[in-house]
Design a protein around this ligand. Sequence first.
Ligand SMILES: Cc1ncc(COP(=O)(O)O)c(C=O)c1O
Length: 486
Amino acid sequence: MLANCEKINFFSGEEIPLEMHKARMVQRIFLPTAERRLEVLKEGGFNTFLLPNREVFLDMLTDSGVNAMSEAQYAAMMLADDSYAGSQTFYRLAETLGELFGTKYFLPAHQGRACENILANAYVGEGRVTIMNYHFTTTKAHITRLGGRVLEALADDALESASDNPFKGNFDLGKLEKMVAEAGVDNVAFVRLEAGTNLIGGQPVSMANMRAVSAFCRKRGLLLVFDASLLADNLYFIKTREAAEAHRSLAEIVLEIGSLMDISYFSGRKLGCARGGGLITSSAEHYEKMRGLVTLYEGFLTYGGMSVREMEAMNVGLKETLDFQVINQTPIFVAALGRELVARGLPVITPFGGLGCHVDAGAFLAHVPQEQYPAGALAAAVYLTGGIRGMERGTLSEQRGPDGRETMAQMELVRLAVPKRVFTLSQLKFVADRLAWLHKNRELVGGLEFEEEPESLRFFFGRLRPKGDWPERLLERFLRDMPSGV
Ligand SMILES: Cc1ncc(COP(=O)(O)O)c(C=O)c1O
């Protein structure tokens, strides 16, 4: 019997997340001085997506495509079969997905949003409605681009930053029913259930809720689409927060989830810790409807725009998702960072979710009006303070309405992603220390405004400028307290 690291007690009584792996290949990182960090911010238009990684000390932008891979994944990459059509690599990956989810068909795609493009082209149309627990940026952009409408059916308390609700990602079935009745069943393109709900802080969906949503959709003949990109973290929370599921194996749970959904898709940059994605279904009808779109947008059906080496790595990574000691690593490190921040009085989304630690920028910078993008300003200030790159998940990540008006986000968050098995505890302690300093000096941080605003997915390339000289004043205070500049 092998030990579960969460059951290993420290004699001191301290709650310390324990790594169940060792690092055998590492990447050197550098911490630029605070003066340099301000220059870099200016060059990057105060947008953390535009910072060159060589100027970043701890890259907590995302877990997408940057999780550590296992030695077995690297070894598998050597076995890739790169035939254009019918490669053995494809069949191996398709077989694994079939075994895990119990589905019959696999359509490969180059990443998660490529699957969303295919789904939107196949099912969305002018005025058709898609109902989800919550939207994700790229999902919404694909749907609205084709004239579709996105509705959200989360429970009211899901958007409270501090809560005891263990499954904030759950659908509110009452709201779902009302939305379907208002739209009319025939006008609903599909219902989309997102595991590990990204934009509200990596919050999970319970097994009981998945069953209820599936039964609801089946009864009315509604298509149910599952975004499994953040399934690994969600599985951890099902096992640890849902008493009725604690005794079941991860394999049993995944198989049941697969049986509840009509179509599932995933970003392999997250699920499977490689770079790629795909759609799975047991329906020949849905498979045929989407197949032509794969060859049109992605590539031939047996690689879908992916490198075969990545497909081999994904194959192994997906199997490793059934190892509890692998999938627990992000949640236990997110919780460790969250505890450090809460202990220092910082506003953090609770319960702690998967994917990363989410700081409530609306509360952190309560003096910055929402039109001045508090979460964007906080992400810039966090970089200036510690060379730490987080991601704005607030109003900047929204898209303007058709009339050009700003859509105010329901939550202003800065996400500090904790990619799987990448950071050490001392690095996370550094993050907590720098954020605590910033919190103490938060009144110095001001807002941002656009200098260049792209029309679509503006958060990726938009350039901003500070309102006033707050970055210079923050730098001055930092150098007063930390004269070495680091
Ligand atoms: C829940 C969710 N769905 C879809 C995507 C899109 O995946 P990709 O980045 O591979 O295009 C992401 C990426 O972050 C995600 O978190």
